[in-house]
Ligand binder design. Structure first.
Ligand code: NDP
Length: 250
């Protein structure tokens, strides 16, 4: 029996990419997983099917974040499938490289709506559903603590805000035995980084060179870290910023 047997998890943005890796990993440990998606229902169904084929349990919930009423709709949908929650992973996020000159107000507002406002209110409304001893993991980015990369400034700012949420929320929920942490991936091969890693000759090698381990990160590399924090073994880690960059910041 897996170490998360009997637990229920919600992973936002788990139809694809890092979130899918996390959903599959938590399910492999026995958790029943809510596979949340924004627009890509087919991808969410594929993730649920993959989990079930591997012997796990999952259901899909679709709500686009960053719009009015999004969080109400998310929890409403969740409540239709599950009674309470043990593990919440705020993974859904957006962001492309944009210089100060390039980024317009609308794009900035969207970034903060999806990457910061949505997790904040998901947590605010989710806290009463989260059982004592539960877990919250916010997916940050190495960019929040790397050397300055101004072309990612607005995106990195959102992750910095998320990190403050993890730190402060750990004090609020700690008395209930709930841990709250940020996990910060480095460059991971997903749809979101397709152009960066596959868009030009030598890009993949450049990406691999960022890590001290000399390769590009995979969703599973991040998922294993999240699974540890979600398990009983992670009970004494809270309010932390966990570097899952493969040594990209050293
Ligand atoms: P992908 O673009 O590959 O996947 C994003 C996931 O989030 C999809 O499941 C997507 O759902 C969902 N999503 C996106 N926007 C919304 C929205 N507005 N409402 C609801 N769901 C949404 O992203 P990654 O896997 O690369 O990134 C996942 C997280 O990891 C993000 O927070 C990102 O900032 C962070 N990160 C990624 C790194 C990387 O190198 N890839 C590095 C560091 C951090 P759908 O398909 O339905 O639209």
């Amino acid at each position: 029996m897996g170490v998360l047997a009997g637990r229920t998890a919600l992973v936002t943005g788990s139809s694809r990419g890092i979130g899918r890796g996390i959903a599959e990993r938590l399910a492999r440990e026995g958790a029943r997983v809510a596979v949340h998606y924004g627009k890509n229902r087919a991808a969410a169904k594929e993730t649920v099917a993959a989990i079930e084929e591997a012997g796990g349990s999952a259901f899909a919930i679709g709500v686009e974040l960053g719009r009015p009423g999004d969080v109400d709709a998310l929890w409403e949908e969740f409540d239709r499938h599950a009674d309470g929650l043990d593990i919440l992973v705020n993974n859904a996020g957006i962001g492309k490289s944009r210089s100060l000159e390039e980024i317009a107000e609308e794009e900035y507002d969207k970034l903060f709506a999806v990457n910061v406002k949505a997790p904040f209110f998901i947590v605010k409304q989710g806290a009463r559903r989260l059982r004592d001893g539960g877990r919250i993991v916010n997916i940050s980015s190495g960019l929040a603590r790397s050397a300055a990369m101004p072309d990612n400034m607005a995106y990195s700012m959102t992750k910095g805000a998320l990190d403050v949420l993890s730190r402060d929320l750990s004090k609020v929920l700690g008395p209930r035995g709930i841990t709250v942490n940020s996990v910060a991936p480095g460059l991971i091969d997903t749809d979101n980084t397709y152009e960066v890693l596959h868009g030009s000759p030598g890009a993949w090698e450049w990406g691999a060179g960022l890590s001290a381990l000399g390769r590009v990160g995979e969703a599973a590399d991040v998922a294993d870290v999240v699974a540890f924090l979600a398990s009983d073994a992670g009970r004494w880690v809270t309010g932390s910023w966990v570097d899952a960059t493969g040594g990209s910041l050293t």
